[in-house]
Design a protein around this ligand. Sequence first.
Ligand code: WQD
Length: 356
Amino acid sequence: MAHLLITGGAGFIGSHCCVALLEAGHGLVVLDNFDNSSPEALRRVAELGGLQGEARGPWRDGHGAVRLQLVEGDVRCADDLDAAFTTSPEGIGAVVHCAGLKAVGESVAEPLRYWDTNLGGSLRLLEAMRRHGCRTIVFSSSATLYGYPDTVPIPETAPIQPINPYGHSKAAVEQVLADVAASEAGWRIARLRYFNPVGSHPSGRIGEDPEGIPNNLFPYLSQVAVGRRQALHIFGSDWPTPDGTGVRDYIHVMDLADGHRAALDTLLREEPQLLTVNLGSGQGHSVLDVVHAFEAACGHRLPYELVDRRPGDAATTVADPGLASARLDWRTRRSLADICRDGWAWQSANPRGYGP
Ligand code: WQD
């Protein structure tokens, strides 16, 4: 087992990865500025891991060993990063880099903030890793860098052709990682290209809690179901898809978290390498499929309105999951029904997310 630094570990993806990595026996240091997350999420991660501690940690297991620690700080700040790398006497053996901004529309409106956080933060992190002799990193990349896919399902060899600042920033960090791996021996790097992470831990204690009006389908629909939003606006019903609505590859966030554990195990077990893998199910579902599945989970109808297409959307985005299966021995195990059941467990128990 290793001592890991999880950047953005209080966020939606990061908190679920923390649960899976604690379960695998790792010790975790979380660096988070709570810009788009809550300390409550981390407290609940500790609870799910059977750990005891104060509201902001450190949290200990039944033998008194510290298993989870929080460093409140910013991945763009060298001093905060040094604090995170030195807070644990065992040092940091590997990094899971989840800290970043991920709303496509917001990235178009605020490109400088996206470049500063996603690229700038990753550069400062890699510099800190070199300072502290750590050369193993799992990076939270995105299928958004494929842009409008030429072929579906999408293999890792598909052209990198992002169409928004968010996708460009992820592609740029991928390039930096490739350059670092080529420049210096000993780097173990996994670039994980997420398709559409959705749902929540089955306990309903942690989940997705976006700031403001959700940009993405699943959190918006969840908020309709719990009465925080009036109705879902479905962006386009004239797409070249079976029912005319957009098709995506939705992946349960706990499957995604398991994918991070599998990638880390592979990196720690094998020779230094640069590994790039899609994390998706390989199965597409339309917006209406998701609406109907969520209605079955929540037990009531969900109002929606068919409106115009959203600029920048593609008709269909689905992963070719073959490489993840071959290289990580990992594939999704949870269905759309599991996603909606667990997502509803979270939203119905936490109508205002982690807020009061
Ligand atoms: C899904 C489908 C919309 C909202 C995101 C981002 C990024 C990435 C995951 C990791 C599309 C439709 C949506 C709504 C709708 N994460 N929709 N009404 O656009 O695939 O991209 O993927 O990197 O977060 O790139 O996800 O959830 O926004 O849209 O009809 O209110 O739902 O048109 O067909 P998307 P999404």
